[in-house]
Design a protein. Sequence first.
Length: 395
Amino acid sequence: MLHWLQEYLQTDLGWHVPAVFGYTSTRVIMAALTSLLFSLFAGPYFIRKLFELKIGQPIREMEGFLLGDLHKSKKNTPTMGGILMIASMLLSLLLWMDLKSVFTLILLLTTLILGLLGGYDDYLKLRYKNSKGLSARKKLIVQVLWALCIAAYLQIPSISNCFEVPVIKEFFSDVKLGQTLTLKDYSSRLYVPFFKEPIYIFSGIGLLFMWAFYAFVIVGSSNAVNLTDGLDGLATGLCMFVAGALGTFAFLANNQDLAHYLNILYVEGSGEIAIYMAAMCGACLGFLWFNCHPAQLFMGDIGSLTLGGVLGVTAVLLKREFFLGLVGAIFVVEALSVILQVMSYKLRDKKRIFLCAPLHHHFEYKGWPESKVVIRFWIIGLLLALIGLASIKFQ
């Protein structure tokens, strides 16, 4: 909104407005500060309100259930803190992003749709005792449908032409001006870290694979973050690292000279994605003030499903799906641990691979203190983010 206001004052009214507020780098910094400060100052009031409404985290307590004993102190801790995170991110979006950008629209709708989905899931768990919330099938249907909407924008020209179509250029060493790609050509390419050229370009019937791939990335990312959100601050810190890595890539892709130098795609307007990733980093950092051990506030499904979905959509828009898999490898491993545990239990006569799944609970069962599990996972997550950023230069 402030970006639009600056253009209006300067172009239409002829007022002198400092150019610094129009720079993407400035808006990235301001978005992070806005979401961080909003979370910090609104957090105490928000927590008090949740206490008044008795919106507390239920803890499964069963005889012989070790996890229930380990986490019994968390019972009735306020949950649905994702509302605070979403509010701070949307405030930054409204203030600092270009509201006419198609990337802004997609990220806004992703946040709202998945936020409503996660919020309703949390509501059912709190409203009805022993409820597990929405069924996995219903959540999956909503997530897949939205992922297919994004795929339709990328793959069907008659739909994408109804919105803004960004200029996209692919640079090679012998083409200084770059080769301009259509949105469909752009979305048909498959890139992996450490390789500057696409490993495969799909066409014809093969494009259907990309639709399924986009759905897999977005749905998988959303649910993987949800599964990781089991210890104080764990998912919050990891999301901050992943958002920082994706935001850095989006910022670099927004500059033709940097994109040419680094052999990455130039994506016009991707700076808006960088701004939203900065807003997510600020929101996570502010939320971590209340979510660190011992947590005063949990994000709930409204937070984890939304953050994971936004990260997945960002990776798809930037064509860095495998980059997300690298910098967010802990999310991948956490999700795989659950899948393997369930398969082993069903196919191996109730034998388990892990003491408990997701993986972070396995280490709790082995006797690791919760704070040690979280900090060690953070260290690995930071290392993965740095490797991901290094891959941009090494390709």
